[in-house]
Ligand binder design. Structure first.
Ligand code: SF4
Length: 373
């Protein structure tokens, strides 16, 4: 997917901050700010779209934060701007992240009319005790009421879950109830990483975390959703195109306070400061070029997360060097011997084995040490 690209818009507003959250978002903001911010997003899209020239835009993604804070009119204005700028939304995976606490039928219907074709629902857990422990403002009642609304209008629905917190959780019972509300085609299940803050929920021990992860994996696999990336499961054909851009060295333009971009053809990364006012005033963007070593690390870090692995021809096309010029062949052979890595295709693919996926950090430490640039 290296000539493919996507556009990510960051909506940094959340009426209440979850206790485990490390994303950039603010809980307090004036009523007028989301409108002003929306205008700045569209202006910035106009000025930066040229960075994606020569690529095919396959994904548009509104994430956050909580895009559900934005008014219906904002999405209509975005569609007008996209059309003026020549972005063909009908050819993209057009995703909006939603919080079931915020929406009503009119908001959902408006998304459908704007051409959104994929919904990602922040479920995280389906137990009011666990949700309260996370500091989520969403309740099981919100989800029961509003997830079926999304299912009425959309076929391609994903949900996000977090495991590794909430003692004695009955995850398979939670999932059974969630799946009664909508036919999810995709699930992202993230292992909780405890932020360094006093009030953050406690991390479970390794054994219980692993147990929860296995329960999720078994539940999803029984329903035909297979693991195509370390934290992601889908029915065949419903893999997230947007995330695949990150994992396969595609390009993406990230627009909004705190958002990052990467243009694979030039190896240039950029990022806006975590500062909404600066973004609205057109400030706060910095950019830098990755070194060959950083690009190699990025390729390994992202490429080994996905089941399809790293394509060595694509590596050469993007970095201008053979993979084994930059990474020791002996170390890769050792990892293959240990059953953690394997070759695929005609030996032009390197990927983790099923067992290797559980030891990705160990593999990466060894491979990073084996980089020769
Ligand atoms: S809804 Fe998401 S972005 Fe907002 S505070 Fe919670 S975890 Fe963070």
């Amino acid at each position: 997917m290296s000539n493919f690209s996507g556009i990510y818009f960051h909506i940094p507003f959340c009426p209440k901050k979850c206790l485990y959250c490390d994303f950039f978002s603010v809980p307090e903001f004036s009523k007028a700010l989301p409108d002003e911010y929306g205008k700045a997003l569209l202006n910035e899209l106009g000025s930066r779209l040229g960075e994606l020239s020569g690529t095919k835009i396959v994904s548009v993604y509104f994430g956050g934060g909580s895009p559900t804070v934005m008014d219906e009119r904002f999405f209509r204005k975005f569609v007008e701007s996209a059309s003026r700028l020549g972005i063909n939304l009908t050819e993209t995976e057009f995703t909006v992240e939603v919080n079931p606490a915020d929406i009503d039928r009119s908001w959902v219907k408006n998304l459908k009319e704007c051409g959104v074709n994929r919904i990602s629902i922040g479920v995280q857990a389906f137990d009011d005790g666990v949700l309260a422990g996370m500091g989520r403002r969403t309740t099981v009642g919100d989800m029961k009421k509003n997830i079926p609304l999304f299912a009425e209008y959309f076929d391609n629905i994903s949900c996000d879950l977090i495991y590794g917190l909430g003692k004695d959780r009955k995850i398979d019972q939670e999932l059974t109830k969630v799946f009664e509300l909508a036919p999810f085609r995709h699930v992202s299940a993230y292992s909780y990483a405890r932020p360094d803050r006093k009030n953050a929920p406690e991390l479970l021990d390794e054994e219980e975390t692993l147990l929860q992860e296995r329960e999720i994996r078994d539940f999803l696999q029984e329903r035909g959703l297979s693991r195509y990336e370390i934290s992601n499961y889908s029915l065949p054909g419903f893999e997230s195109r947007h995330n695949m851009l990150y994992w396969t060295y595609g390009s993406w333009l990230g627009i909004g306070a705190g958002a990052a971009s990467f243009i694979s053809g030039t190896g240039v990364s950029s990022r806006y400061a975590d500062d909404i006012e600066a973004f609205v005033s057109g400030d706060g963007l910095s950019s830098w070029k990755l070194t060959l070593r950083e690009k190699t690390e990025e390729f390994l870090l992202m490429g080994l997360r996905v089941k399809c692995g790293i394509n060595l021809d694509c590596f050469k096309e993007r970095l201008g060097k053979e993979f084994f010029e930059l990474v020791s062949e002996n170390v890769v052979s050792d990892l293959v011997q240990e059953g953690l890595l394997e070759f695929g295709g005609n030996k032009e693919i390197i990927k983790c084995t099923e067992r290797g996926s559980d030891f990705l950090n160990v593999i990466l430490i060894k491979l990073f040490d084996a980089i020769r640039c």
